[in-house]
Design a protein around this ligand. Structure first.
Ligand code: 5GP
Ligand code: ZN
Length: 129
C-alpha cells in the first residue's frame, strides 16, 4: 500500500521516533507547529476515527499521557493541544493524533471562518431531530 505513515512504521521512510510499542508509534512532525510537535499513529493502517478500535484507542490515550509527562519534564511545556483530522483537512490518510506542545506566548491558534455560521439552536435542533 502506498501510505507514507505505513512506510514510517515499516522503517522504509525514516522518522525521528520518540516511542513505539506493539500497537503505536510516536515521532516528531517534520513541519512542527511548536517545539516537540509529535504525531501518534497506530501501526495498523487506519484512516479515520470511523475505523478506530477500542484497544488501539485506549493505547493512544495511555501514550498521550506518557508523552505529555515527557514533554513537561524535558521541554518544560505549559500546555498541550491535541488535534486529529478526519477526511477534510487530513493531509495524510493514515490516522494520526497531533500533540502540539504549548508555551506561553507561542501565539498558536486555529483559524475558522465564523461569519457565516448558523444559529446554535438551529444546529442543535438539526442534530437531535
Ligand atoms: P494532517 O494535516 O494530515 O492532520 O497532518 C499531517 C502531518 O504530517 C503534518 O503536520 C505534516 O507536517 C506531517 N508530515 C507529512 N509528511 C511527513 C513525513 O514524511 N514525516 C513526518 N515526520 N511528518 C510528516
Ligand atoms: Zn498507512
Amino acid at each position: 500500500m502506498d501510505c507514507l505513515f505505513c512506510k514510517i512504521v515499516e522503517g522504509s521512510v525514516p522518522s525521528n521516533t520518540i516511542y513505539e510499542d506493539d500497537l503505536v508509534k510516536v515521532f516528531l512532525d517534520i513541519n512542527p507547529n511548536t517545539n516537540g510537535h509529535m504525531l501518534i499513529i497506530p501501526k495498523k493502517h487506519i484512516v479515520t476515527v470511523e475505523d478506530m478500535d477500542e484497544e488501539i484507542d485506549a493505547r493512544i490515550l495511555e501514550v498521550k499521557k506518557k508523552m505529555y509527562k515527557l514533554l513537561k519534564e524535558k521541554l518544560n511545556v505549559e500546555g498541550l493541544t491535541i488535534t486529529q483530522n478526519n477526511d477534510l483537512g487530513q493531509e495524510v490518510k493514515h490516522y494520526h493524533v497531533h500533540l502540539i506542545p504549548r508555551y506561553k506566548d507561542d501565539c498558536w491558534k486555529m483559524h475558522f471562518r465564523q461569519d457565516n455560521l448558523k444559529d446554535v439552536k438551529e444546529v442543535l435542533s438539526t442534530l437531535i431531530d
